[in-house]
Design a protein around this ligand. Sequence first.
Ligand SMILES: [Mn+2]
Length: 707
Amino acid sequence: MTQSFNRKIQDAAEVSISEAEEMCFSGLLEARGLYDAVAQAEFLDPLSGNFFDPFLFKDMLLTCEIIAESLLQQEKIIVYGDYDCDGLTATAIVVRLLRKLNTGADVDYMIPDRLKDGYGLTEKTVNLLIAKQPDLVITVDCGINDYQEIETLMQAGIKVIVTDHHQPDDAKANQALTVLNPQLADAGYPFTGLSGAGVAFKLAQALVQYLDNDQIDLAPALCLAAVGTVADSMPLESENRILVALAVSVFRQKASLGLRLIAEKINNSAKIDASFFSYSIGPRLNAAGRMGNITPAITLLLSDELEEIEKSLTELEELNDQRKELEQQIYSEAIMQIDKMSLKEKQNMIVIADEKWHTGIVGIVSSRLVEHYSVPVITFAGSEEGLQGSARSAGDFDFLAAIDSASEYTVNYGGHIQAAGVTVETEKYPAFRKRLLDYALANPIKKSDIEEYQYQYVLPHSILTEDFAKRLTLLEPYGQKNEKPSFVLENLKIEQWRTVGQGKHVSLTLRLEDGRLVSAIAFNAQSFSRLFRQNDLVNLLVNVNWQEWNNRFSMQLQVLDWVVPDSDNLIWQDSARIENTYQLDNQQIDNLLNMYGLDKKQFEISNDQIIAVTKYIQQYVGELEKGFNITLLARALVREMQLFINPFILTRILSMLKEIGFIESDKIDKNNRRLRINHHANERKSIQDTETWQNLNAQELMLNVKR
Ligand SMILES: [Mn+2]
């Protein structure tokens, strides 16, 4: 798919601008698996799309009958939810609707405590439920595999309806009266990608239809469902794309007061989009569960009283700040642990634990570590039963299957291919860890997945117009399975640059080949701003944004990465891709050379280079502490030290300097890292004793470095 796209773009040089733009645009659609005109048109106009009939769920009609009867009889109904953003929004959808449908109905909710109860129905929460004596329990975003607990509820004379979207364990049948789960083989529903809140929304649609109620506006429920869908990382395709696009378009007018208040307080002048759901709303609602105080989150979603909502939002902000602080602390400690591991121990999967870590936070830490190391990660914290871990996958790696292979050592576990939770007794942890690492070694991530993701499109300058930027917004909302496209722009001339945002970011004016000027922003680029020079040519990896600020729209490039143009060499052009291939191939050079037709000489490392890099670090450590980009640093070395070097060699030298204890370094994000000189290293190895040196030397890549 990327092949044909690339060919199209190359041909584009010989055709008119509009034809070239057309080719580029259709290439972007094809890259999303959309080949025929009908599918493309549907994708480009999600607002005109239709939802599936909720009654396609084979249990939907019976579910509506049971709930309607229960409301009619003024029975006591409890919605049993989950503490994450998807579970909270799902709970809010059902509770709000039932209370609206029958203002006299006794509708309550219960959400387990993430830290004390854990996920789903448990023996303890079932007893709490029974004590409340409900007539009907409706689960949302959970329950599908809680057979025993549901049986207990039913035996206590309580009716149970399960709504969920988690993978069912097919071995056993759920005892509930009805089950709504698109993942069930016989669910009858055509789209499996719904979130827990999405399933709750389908139930809301069905109930309103069933009761023939035209008074109830489903738009607030739609907004809640969209937030849950995006926060739970569900694929933004099919019905989910329609759901999120619709919610974005009505959010400021129709969302419940609590959600609107978050938007007002945090994002008042910018446009509402899916990333606002995932980066602004999701983490705030999730913080409540993580920190063990769900009240402000659910109150914010259920209440319509401004004062109560404002108080909840303030509390939520505090919880979110606490969460961030804890997360940073655990993340740094995790990095220190990983730094001490041998390469073997961490190159296929990272498994780390500390009893002092917080069980509510380890999941986000795992996610950040996956981003950092591009391997599956599981992080454990101490819990009552031993160690509780949260796993996040990379590429196509099936984490649930990995844990299956070590199930004999677990107390319990569950989840998806991409993310899973597991509890292990402390004594069994070493054996569990070894089994997982063995599994990861035997089942490495497929390279193609990462390469596909890494592949970038080279955009001809002529296409880069305001119309093109505006047109790209048709691909929104972006999210899972619909990533924001990024492009390589070659030979841009730096016309002007200045630091903005208290000196943290760099704002650039760039000249295109046809003489036009475009503006660009590079976030967190302050420390290499010294490296920019007027009239420099740069190749950039960018997002092309059409952005709104105070009701004015403009095109702006957002710089994701820097590529140095004065070479057609792939090591400079796409150092991230080279690096990834090298890492994934267990740091072997031969395949890399064959794959990309590169010359081995480009990878050879000399003593002079090591000395020059060391000197440069000593001179500029103040800047490098704040953050740098490998490509730009390599370029600075070429310029200022008159040295042959490239990003690959620089990366290897930094590894060696780290291994001997001269520097400490970590990644800030995918493209930027920082380092500092380690003044406290007690004993320094010689450079020839480092694993990096030995590995490179074994591949005959070390030149004139004498022992
Ligand atoms: Mn969910």
